[in-house]
Design a protein around this ligand. Sequence first.
Ligand code: IPE
Ligand code: IPE
Ligand code: MG
Length: 239
Amino acid sequence: MEISNLNTPKHVAIIMDGNGRWAKKKGETRLFGHNEGVNTVQKIIKAAIKAKIKFLTLYTFSKENWDRPKIEISNILSLLTDNILKSEKEIIKNKIKINTIGHIEDLPKKSQYLIQKLIKKTNKNKDLTLTLAISYSARTEIIDCIQKILEDQKNGKFNCEKLNEESVNNYLYTKNIPYPDLLIRTGGEKRISNFLLWQLAYTELYFSNTEWPDFCESEFNKAIEEFQRRERRFGKVVK
Ligand code: IPE
Ligand code: IPE
Ligand code: MG
């Protein structure tokens, strides 16, 4: 199914949720769900390219997810690195620019190295910017932002009298990417779970009951089409 190019969201952010519940329903381990979730990631990246989305941001691992059982954490992290290794050729072929937000220094050294290498390699790509939120917390992002501003104020690099929305944006992890136009959360929960709190202020929200492993191109396109039918007012009156 082709979707209209009219009013396509420039930036789509996704909370990829429901891997564990999907697996449990099948009598499988949570790892089985995360494994299958990786296939959905591949499908949705392709769908985003097809739909001419310029920025795709995927909530991959939250800061709070570190409180999960050790075995699940190491499963998720090894899936992440294995997958980066496996997809490198495809990423380069599709001119995808890889970016991360969050504290990637919390990751094992090997994963950090692989990610940094791919970021450098794809730096000049322009078709799709794929941002992976890893060890990410929106509240921490805001605290980090305030700390950097105060530091720069102290060493004379920033004048706090000039503080405005634009300057805050320049100190966030997302400084090089626009605000999301559309946020999709799969898995049925209707919450933000500490994702992009500042950036989502005027984002259109779309909740799907489908668990992430079952999410697919046609469901993704359904979300885009719903976005295309919405009227964004940004607080103004539309004549
Ligand atoms: C999302 O699925 C993946 C991550 C948070 C890493 P979950 O693992 O949260 O699955 P549910 O929500 O427990 O079903
Ligand atoms: C949000 O899902 C984080 C990711 C998808 C990476 P969670 O499963 O961690 O969120 P809660 O616990 O349901 O709020
Ligand atoms: Mg969850």
